[in-house]
Write a protein that binds this ligand. Structure first.
Ligand code: GLN
Length: 451
């Protein structure tokens, strides 16, 4: 049914970069056979999944939506891919994204923009916008994504879905094409909180192949999603994450959600996190710095595209021609920004201060969580914007992640859940629930109570 839906609507939505019908059907049959042979299978066996094209897959190409990786076939599975395969999930295909996960709209994909199924003239969010568009268009029941600065929560919010950014290190980065390694976090996108929790639990947990993987039990998110109550919980509304720049309709839905939490028995207080207003600036130094280092591996020798290698040019010339043709404009902008910020003479002024701001943000979270169990805010300042509206204005584009970035810098957990449609434009609004490090289950408990 999902394959049929993909062939019906994906011409218009462009959620997928790669679909393999025969392989998907073969995987589904294999699960049937295992079940017929009496094998005990888990709750996700036979359930289709779409993977963001940033996770390596041994049976499908992986491009991170970049020309530089076009046609590249990875020799190994990402841990996320491998664990969901082992759970018996059927891979429908690979989803579109902003190139190397840099963006908030999928407009930075080298393979065309994805469209928001609620209004195809609008963006589905990004960078995991192919995953959110696929789930919102009923082309997949669940999908994987990655969240470096908001790339799961923001697309989930603007497509009316549930999306989680797990605690950093709670889900493995092994086999995830790196953007900013101290921030990159794999997570689920789903239509409801329980589905997101099932996926979250299935791919999470310690992985010795990821040096920053946390060796701790997986937070009990499925149990929390089933529990779905907030009685007695203390909820903090973050003062700095509302006001100017936020759509009135988004704030209206957010305030209603806060009232709902109160009526369900939560104790709501206002909390101030003053450093959050500086998070965006710190992020746009730290993320490009890490990206400039990570993307140095695309040297025209090891992966994908190679331009001008006709025997007359040096390796350096081939590298330069390949990177000039293979990377899109946003990726180049970030490499230049990051290289500059890390260069000697500027390191302390830019990268060093950004790291200090990061510490302040962590401290604001810690101080807040001494008095409340979770923090809440809108997930995004606005609903889905029209395709093209911010394409030539990187600063306007960066604002899409205003509310989500503090959590990435601090490494704690957050979940975005739907909060109804904005009265301004009838488009989905998302509310974000932030929880302390390794207390992901608390966010799921609150999110499920709101459904
Ligand atoms: N929009 C942010 C950026 O462009 C976040 C991206 C992400 O989370 N991968 O960097």
């Amino acid at each position: 049914a999902y394959l049929d839906q993909i062939s019906r609507v994906d011409g218009e939505i462009n959620a997928f970069l790669h679909v393999d019908e025969d392989a998907a059907l073969a995987q589904a049959r294999a699960v049937d056979e295992r079940r017929a042979a009496g094998e005990e299978l888990g709750p996700l066996a036979g359930v289709p999944v779409a993977h963001k094209d940033v996770f390596t897959t041994t049976d499908m190409p992986t491009t991170a939506a970049s020309k530089i990786l076009e046609g590249w076939q990875p020799p190994y599975d990402a841990t996320v891919t491998a664990r969901l395969r082992a759970a018996g999930m059927v891979i429908l295909g690979k989803t579109n994204m902003d190139e190397f996960a840099m963006g908030s709209s999928t407009e930075n994909s080298a393979f065309g923009v994805s469209h928001n199924p609620w209004d195809v003239s609008r963006i589905p969010g990004g960078s995991s916008g192919g995953s959110s568009a696929a789930v919102a268009a009923f082309e997949a029941p669940v999908a994987t994504g990655t969240d470096t600065g908001g790339s799961i929560r923001q697309p989930a919010a603007v497509c009316g879905l549930v999306g989680a950014k797990p605690t950093y290190g709670g889900s493995s980065r092994y086999g995830l094409i790196a953007f900013a390694s101290s921030l990159d976090t794999p997570g689920p996108i789903a239509r409801n909180v329980l589905d997101a929790a099932l996926l979250h639990e299935a791919f999470s947990g310690h992985d010795p192949r990821d040096a920053t993987s946390v060796d701790a039990p997986v937070p009990p998110v499925v149990e929390a999603a089933r529990r779905a109550d907030v009685a007695g919980l203390r909820v903090g509304v973050v003062r700095e994450l509302s006001g100017e720049g936020y759509h009135p309709g988004v704030l209206a839905r957010f305030n209603e959600t806060v009232e709902t939490l109160e009526s369900l028995g939560a104790k709501v207080v206002e909390v101030s996190c003053p450093s959050f207003t500086t998070a965006l600036s710190a992020y746009y130094l730290i993320a490009p710095s890490e990206c400039s280092s990570n993307l140095a591996r695309f040297d025209a020798m090891r992966y994908g595209l190679r331009v001008g290698d006709d025997g007359t040019r040096s390796a350096e010339e081939v590298m330069s021609l390949t990177r000039a043709e293979g990377f899109g404009p946003e990726v180049k902008r970030r490499i230049m920004l990051g290289t500059y910020a890390l260069s000697s003479g500027y390191y302390d002024a830019y990268y060093g201060s950004a790291q200090q701001v990061r510490t302040l943000i962590k401290r604001d979270f810690e101080a807040a969580f001494e008095n409340v169990d979770v923090l809440v805010s809108p997930t995004t300042p606005t609903t889905a914007f029209p395709i093209g509206e911010r394409a030539d204005d990187p600063m306007a584009m960066y604002l899409a992640d205003l509310c989500t970035i503090p959590t990435n810098l601090a490494g704690n957990a957050a979940l975005s859940v739907p909060a109804g449609l904005s009265p301004d434009d009838n488009l989905p609004v998302g509310v974000q629930i932030m929880a302390p490090v390794l207390a992901d289950d608390r966010a799921y408990r609150v999110g499920a109570a709101l459904e």
